[in-house]
Design a protein around this ligand. Structure first.
Ligand code: GLU
Length: 565
């Protein structure tokens, strides 16, 4: 069994063997995957070696992530996949977002006093669980873009689940940090020894129940997940959760559909950027931020400078004000995508940025003829999400962000995997100031997301960058910042993943604790910013095409690697 450190070393050997790496990025000539865990990345690379497509590799990596990074994504969650098809030169997106069951109501998260219950209280159990979408989405993408047989893609994950894997650093940390999760019997049973001690880094964990589920899905696809024994186990876990039992039924599972959607695209300094549209707010928000920043020259947007941090925080404010008002599930609310990305509109919004002073609370903009009500903002939370980027030999590119929402999701398991708590991504309040909220829970609806898997093209149309990150609402600045760092600052992927973070959810300017940005706090305060120093733990995985091949970077805040050949 190869351990995590050997795999990380392998990635570095790949660099020196090819001798063409810049900084700490990993170089590969032909194909590459960057994922948040070395076992997942390695499974993806094995599939690429066997002639698999980028979609095939993403599927194999996702199945392994269910096992090795179970706190962040898996069969019980949802995902967005953005794909570049080099044959048609088109970008498409696959929406595997979880949906609310038919029993969902707009007041499902309110307490007896009519106020929203604290999020920490509504997350564990069955009520917060959305109908999982990742299996349906991956099967849909595989039908169009798969090259290897579906069943073959499950082999690495089945073997690891049956034989066991050494617990990684992040999983071990999360088990210890999420102490309250141990109150939930499934967490206690799977992530703790019988003597009550948690699994530690390097200890071997096996998941035979997951191996069985993976075998069934390998053999029968979505049929085995959305019908039959797995579906029954999901319904049972939700309906009989030890706290907050939910109303999900077999019909909810049988009715789940993934959706192929057009991407949202915009431009930044001549490069085309495509990402996920609604129900994600992420694509629109990163495009808005970057386009507003285009008013300023790259020289004022150099990484880690005062001018960058100030201007970036102001652009965040404006984008988050629009996000709070206009975004929701496009199946339920008419999201004014074109208005929000209109060049003249964004040029007008950019003029609101004062280069010398914080603007204070930004108001959402007025979009002609498209009045909208608003959804509330989120605050940073723990990360139950993962990002992977892949490019195959033929030039197909996948940028996929995958989630179970919070660390350990709803903290209940079915057949060896954790169930998501994605429904707490809805606005817990159905109305604010008497006005209906676009992102309120409704039966069959998809909660608004911030996930922003992105693909960037050079002005000549050639693929250039695949990027994305976990981080709840902070995904938006993480992705926008790494793209600005590469485009304005000329950073390579590894340096871009390591950038110290800044975020303004239209309230305060948050600077990443323990980084160079902390030194900017006094000057930012003098400019009017309310500064908060906080940990901001992204998990970006970035691939960049160069003239010789590809460079890859994996966020140093997580266990991931970029690996290729
Ligand atoms: N569930 C969140 C979303 O879809 C992502 C959570 C995270 O990144 O930890 O926006």
């Amino acid at each position: 069994m190869i351990n995590i450190r050997t795999l990380a070393a392998l990635a570095i050997v790949t660099v020196s063997a090819c001798g063409a790496a810049r900084a700490d990025s990993v170089f590969a000539k032909h194909e590459m995957i960057a994922a948040a865990n070395p076992y997942a990345a390695k499974a993806g690379l094995e599939i690429l070696h066997e002639g698999g497509s980028a979609v095939d590799a993403a599927i194999a990596a996702q199945m392994v992530l269910t096992l090795v990074e179970p706190e962040s994504s898996g069969l019980g969650g949802g995902a967005f996949l953005v794909l570049y098809d080099p044959k048609t030169k088109k970008v498409t997106t696959f929406d595997g977002r979880e949906t609310a069951p038919a029993s969902a109501t707009s007041d499902m998260f309110l307490g007896p006093d009519g106020k929203p219950r604290p999020k920490s209280q509504v997350i564990p159990g069955g009520l917060s669980v959305g109908v999982p979408g990742v299996v349906a989405m991956l099967e849909m993408a595989h039908k169009k873009y798969g090259r290897l047989a579906w069943a073959k893609l499950f082999a690495p994950a089945i073997k690891l689940a049956a034989d066991g894997f050494p617990v990684g650093h992040k999983l071990a940390d999360t088990i210890v940090e999420e102490k309250d999760a141990a109150q939930m019997p499934d967490i206690k049973h799977y992530f703790y020894h019988p003597d009550g001690t948690p699994y530690r880094e390097g200890e071997i964990l096996k998941d035979p129940a997951l191996a069985d589920s993976l075998r069934a899905i390998a053999a029968h696809g979505t049929e085995a997940f959305y019908h039959g024994a797995i579906a029954a186990a999901i319904v049972d876990a939700v309906q009989h959760a030890p706290v907050n039992p939910g109303g999900m039924t077999l019909a909810d599972l049988a009715n789940y559909r993934a959706v192929e959607r057009d991407p949202v695209c915009g431009s930044y300094r001549g490069n085309k950027i495509c990402s996920m549209g609604p129900p994600s707010s992420g694509g629109i928000a990163i495009l808005q931020i970057l386009e507003m920043l285009e008013r300023f020259p790259s020289s004022e947007l150099q990484p880690e400078t005062l001018s960058f941090v100030h201007l970036f925080a102001e652009a965040n404010r404006l984008a988050f004000a629009d996000r709070a008002k206009y975004l929701g599930d496009p199946g339920f609310v008419r999201v004014p995508v074109q208005g929000l990305l209109d060049h003249d509109y964004l040029a007008g919004r950019a003029k609101l940025i004062d280069p010398a002073h914080d603007m204070g609370t930004a108001q959402a903009g007025t979009l002609p003829n498209l009045p909208f009500d608003y959804a509330p903002q989120r605050t940073p939370q723990r990360h139950g999400t993962s990002h992977l980027s892949v490019v195959d030999k033929g030039g197909e590119v996948v940028s996929m962000t995958t989630t179970i929402e919070s660390g350990f999701g709803a903290m209940v398991m079915a057949k060896g995997f954790l169930l998501n708590n994605e429904l707490t991504d809805f606005s817990l309040e159905p109305t604010i100031d008497g006005k209906p909220v676009a992102d309120a829970p409704e039966p069959g609806k998809r909660p608004m997301s911030a996930m922003s898997p992105a693909i960037v093209f050079k002005p000549d149309g050639q693929f250039w960058i695949a990027a994305g990150s976990p981080g709840g609402p902070v995904i938006i600045p993480y992705v926008a910042e790494s793209l600005s760092g590469m485009i304005d600052g000329g950073l390579d992927p590894q340096a871009a993943t390591a950038l110290p973070h800044v975020f303004n959810p239209n309230a305060y300017t948050m600077l990443e604790q323990g980084t160079s940005l902390e030194e900017l706090a006094p000057k930012l305060k003098a400019m009017g910013h309310q500064v908060v120093i906080h940990s901001l733990s992204s998990g970006s995985q970035i691939i960049q095409r160069t003239k010789d091949g590809y460079l890859g970077g994996a966020d140093p805040r997580r266990d991931g690697i970029a690996i290729g050949d």
